[in-house]
Structure formats: structure tokens, C-alpha cells
Design a protein around this ligand. Structure first.
Ligand code: NAD
Length: 318
């Protein structure tokens, strides 16, 4: 299959990945490392199912796995990585510090627990999951992240759900710029203002809920573009993320969707397609919580949320 050159519209510095047997290009980060531009999201994937799902994804060419302490499946991801035929140095693992572990010492302890669950000595990317501004601890937490990177336990450090103000605060107080900010981003909520701040500081943009949790895929504009290219709406949206220079981490537990979502490197969108998708942006398009207030209240401990996700993931309605 001919692999097209990367996007003509918003590409940053993505480069084809010639060594890992994957078609997914890698995006350079501001710390000299690089990240695959497409990965598998692991939210609401039960720990028991994780090895099978991660195995299917790696078989399909995925090299980036996005988990979090809060997803309750770090151990399952760890088992999958241990059994993988793809060498560890070709895989990229992200995990995230949960809201109940903010603070310098708590962060160091939480990291140890995550690394143990994942059975990894070094984690490729560690993110502060939410800033939880009302707790006022995200700068201390960021200092612990800097220490973990200094110790060589993490290659890249970043944040998630940080607003421009949160970013400026940690950069101003520590002088260390996060490699990446993982935020809600899909055609219905395009985060233009925040992306300008990312550009200014050379912070990579990673899109969570890149498919708008599946809801946006029935939009007639996306269907029409998909029909013109002989593709699915999901592939059009993921191609839009790639050509816009984002990292996208779509979630699926269905092998057919897992394969479909990575098959986006043999077609390209037109300028008109980009203009039409740009027009879908909406100030009210946010699906998830607003970071300004999220994490205000004490959250359930991870063992409870992990169990809840497992119950939800195994529910026959899903
Ligand atoms: P998503 O946009 O990836 O959508 C997932 C939904 O789309 C699922 O219902 C899935 O079955 C469906 N889907 C997947 N592929 C499809 C296809 N080809 N055709 C039709 N439907 C398809 O939503 P998400 O899970 O919310 O986000 C992806 C990942 O982002 C998560 O798994 C997680 O890793 C990460 N995330 C991070 C945060 C954060 O706060 N940092 C928050 C939410 C999600």
C-alpha cells in the first residue's frame, strides 16, 4: 500500500516511523523524544480484557497505548506489553496521575505504583490527569514530575486538561515546559485558543475523545466527506487529526474498529474538507467536564473507580 506524505495543512514535524513495523508517523516533542501520532485509548476497557485488546491493536500496527491509573487497567496493559512480539523500545506507553495523588510525595508514590502495575522500569509519557485547581497542588505535582524525569524513570512529562492559565503557571514557577497537553478535542470542539498557547510554547496537542465519543460520526458533513473518499466518518475525523498535527487516541474494543481507525495513511483530505470540518467547531461542543472545576470534590479512590469501570465495561448494554 502506498503511504501518503503527511498532511499538507497543519503538519508540525511528523516523520514516518521506518523502524517499528508501523505506518503511524511520529511527532517530535520539545524534549527531543517523539510520540506516535495515533494510539489506542484505554478508558472503560476492563483490566481483564486489556491484554486481548492491546494485543489486537499492536497486531494492527498501534505502538502508542494511552492508559491512566484511574482506568483501572494498568496491570492488564502491563501483561499485554510483556507478552508482545513487538520490542519494548518500539512501544510508547502513557499513563496518568489521578486526582487523589496530587502533591509532591504522593506523586512519587503514585508513580511507583503505576510503574509496578505496568511492569515497566521507564514510562514513555507521564501526565497529570487533571489540574484540580481548587486543590492548589498542581505546581508541587509538576515539580515531582520534573524529579521523575531527572531520575530517568519517565522519558517525557506532560499534562492533561490544563488551560492556558494552568500551563503558564507551571512554566512560570518551574521553567519546565510540558512536552504535551492531552485535552478534549474533536470536530465539535476544536480548542483553537488553547492550541495557540501550545504553539507559542511548542507543546504538542493530544486529542482525547478524538471521535467525539462516536456521537459526531453521524454528522452529514462528515458522512459526505467520507462518501467522497470511500472511507468511514471515523477515518475522516482521524485523518483530520493527523493532518492538523495532533496526536489522536481513539478508543475501541472491537477489532474491526481498531483496524479501521489506524487505516488512515493512504488518503488525504482536501482544503475544502478541512474548511467544512473547521465549520463544525462549536463553543458549546464540550462533552466532558470543564477543567476549571473538575476534581473539586474528593473523588472515589482508584480501586473503586477501577471496579466501576470494569462493571460498566462488562455490562451487556455496552
Ligand atoms: P472516542 O472519541 O475515542 O470514542 C470512543 C467511542 O467511539 C466508543 O464508543 C467506540 O466504540 C466508538 N468508536 C471507535 N471507533 C469507531 C469507529 N471506527 N466507528 C464507529 N464508532 C467507533 O472517546 P473516548 O474513549 O472518550 O476517548 C479516547 C481516549 O482518550 C480514551 O480511551 C482515553 O484513553 C482518553 N481520554 C482521556 C481523558 C482525559 O481526561 N485525559 C478523558 C477522556 C478520554
Amino acid at each position: 500500500m502506498k503511504r501518503l506524505g503527511l498532511g499538507r495543512f497543519g503538519e508540525r514535524n511528523a516523520k514516518p516511523d521506518m523502524t517499528s513495523g508501523s505506518e503511524v508517523p511520529r511527532l517530535g516533542l520539545n524534549d527531543g523524544h517523539s510520540i506516535p501520532q495515533l494510539g489506542l485509548g484505554m478508558w472503560q476497557t476492563g483490566d481483564g480484557k486489556a491484554p486481548e485488546i492491546v494485543g489486537a491493536a499492536i497486531g494492527a500496527g498501534y505502538r502508542l497505548i494511552d492508559t491512566a491509573t484511574n482506568y483501572g487497567n494498568e496491570a492488564g496493559v502491563g501483561r499485554a506489553l510483556e507478552g508482545s512480539v513487538v520490542p519494548r523500545n518500539h512501544l510508547f506507553v502513557t499513563t496518568k496521575l489521578w486526582n487523589d495523588s496530587h502533591g509532591y510525595d504522593q506523586t512519587l508514590r503514585a508513580f511507583d505504583a503505576s510503574a509496578r502495575e505496568l511492569r515497566l522500569n521507564v514510562i514513555d509519557l507521564y501526565l497529570i490527569h487533571w489540574p484540580c485547581p481548587q486543590r492548589g497542588l498542581y505546581v508541587d505535582t509538576w515539580r515531582a514530575f520534573i524529579e521523575l524525569r531527572k531520575q530517568g524513570r519517565v522519558r517525557s512529562i506532560g499534562v492533561s486538561n490544563f488551560t492556558a492559565d494552568h500551563l503558564k503557571r507551571i512554566i512560570g514557577d518551574t521553567g519546565v515546559v510540558p512536552a504535551l497537553n492531552q485535552v478534549e478535542l474533536h470536530p465539535g470542539f476544536q480548542q483553537r485558543a488553547l492550541r495557540e498557547t501550545h504553539e507559542r510554547y511548542n507543546i504538542a496537542t493530544e486529542a482525547w475523545s478524538p471521535l467525539g465519543q462516536g456521537k459526531i460520526l453521524i454528522h452529514p458533513t462528515l458522512r459526505a466527506i467520507a462518501d467522497r473518499h470511500g472511507r468511514t466518518p471515523a477515518q475522516v475525523v482521524l485523518r483530520w487529526h493527523i493532518e492538523s498535527g495532533f496526536v489522536a487516541i481513539p478508543r475501541s474494543v472491537a477489532p474491526a474498529h481498531i483496524a479501521e481507525n489506524i487505516d488512515v495513511f493512504t488518503f488525504a483530505l482536501t482544503r475544502q474538507d478541512h474548511d467544512a470540518i473547521s465549520a463544525l467547531d462549536s463553543a458549546t461542543g464540550r462533552i466532558g467536564p470543564d477543567p476549571a472545576g473538575f476534581g473539586r470534590r474528593r473523588s472515589f479512590p482508584r480501586r473503586v473507580t477501577g471496579r466501576l469501570w470494569r462493571i460498566m465495561a462488562s455490562s451487556p448494554r455496552r
